[in-house]
Each structure stands twice: as C-alpha cells, then as structure tokens.
Design a protein around this ligand. Structure first.
Ligand code: CU
Length: 112
C-alpha cells in the first residue's frame, strides 16, 4: 500500500519548509536593538567588529542615541524610525538617549 502521490508531495513540501526554517535559524540575524518603554533591548548587545547594529524606536515618544565617547550620534528617532551604526573596532561602547539621559545601553564589540 502506498501513499497517494499528492500526499507524498505535500509531505515533501513540509520537509523542505522545515529545512529552510532550520537554515534561516542558523544564519546569524543582523544585530538589532529595539527601544520599548524607555529601555534598550537587548542590553548589553554583543557583536563582532564590522557588525552593523540597528536601533528601532518602538516607543510613542522620540529618542536620540549618543555614544558616550562621541563615536556615533543619531538624530531624534520618531516611532518606528531606525538608526544604524557599524562598529569597526573592538571595545565597550556605552551610549545614552540625549533626550532622556537616564536611558543608557552598552554595545560590546568583540574581535572579528
Ligand atoms: Cu529617549
């Protein structure tokens, strides 16, 4: 007794889908930080040198990013706006929101 051809095809499709999902899970996602409820998430974030980190503002108030050492600085980000910065040198980068200076975060950049 054998499976109808259409069922076999469907099973094959499901397997292919699972394989693609596994591939997607294995590929490193580009580092992303969301700002929600006046908090950077994740914090700290750990990346390799050369990585581009993207912040996206999920709050309904503007936020602006500024590195403590001045290495990067965004304009005010409205809801849904993003800012990206590429970290080329290993180190620990602290940053804060220039509108709400109590909001602080950290990017840890490791050697590539
Ligand atoms: Cu802010």
């Amino acid at each position: 007794m054998s499976m109808p051809r259409s069922a076999a095809r469907a099973a094959g499709g499901a397997l292919l889908g699972l394989a693609l999902m596994a591939l997607a899970a294995a590929a490193p996602a580009p580092p992303a930080i969301t700002i929600d409820n006046f908090t950077f998430n994740p914090d700290p974030i750990v990346v390799r040198a050369g990585a581009q980190v993207t912040w996206t503002n999920g709050d309904d108030v503007p936020h602006a990013l500024r590195a403590t050492d001045g290495s990067f600085r965004s304009k005010a980000l409205d809801t849904g706006d993003s800012y990206a910065f590429t970290f080329t040198k290993p180190g620990v980068y602290t940053y804060f929101c220039s509108i709400h200076p109590k909001m602080v975060g950290k990017v840890i950049v490791k050697a590539p």
